[in-house]
Design a protein around this ligand. Structure first.
Ligand code: FES
Length: 122
């Protein structure tokens, strides 16, 4: 069970959606199912268009994450992950601030997802 709140300058207001327990979808899949306009292209962690910022709303939630090499490399290329965040992810299982929506699986935890999106949309 997780409430995912999407926030973007390209949306008139924030939208919170409820992800069903056991639903192992990615943030991008849930966004698409709810018509949230997160930009995307490859859907395979290789283009970087689905960059999002993820805030974990429960500071006590377990943060263990699986950051794949592919996602790490792309975040590095985009300049959106620091050396410290890489160490935190690898050693302490702490999630970095930025993720790729197509590689980020929703877990039993409330999160706030921000993205730039296309500001020209209403
Ligand atoms: Fe290409 Fe996510 S859509 S990296």
């Amino acid at each position: 069970m997780a409430n995912i709140t999407f926030s973007s300058p390209s949306m008139a207001r924030d939208v919170t959606v409820y992800a069903v327990a056991g639903d192992r979808g990615t943030v991008l899949a849930i966004a698409k199912a709810n018509k949230i306009p997160i930009p995307f292209d490859c859907q395979d962690g290789e283009c970087g268009s689905c960059l999002i910022e993820v805030k974990h709303l429960d500071p006590l939630a377990r943060h263990a994450i699986a950051l794949t090499e592919k996602e790490k490399e792309m975040l590095k290329q985009l300049g959106k992950i620091t050396k410290k965040e890489i160490v935190d992810a690898e050693v302490n299982d702490m999630p970095p601030r930025h993720r790729l929506a197509c590689q980020c699986f929703v877990r039993h935890e409330d999160i706030l997802v921000s993205f730039e999106g296309d500001k020209s949309l209403p």
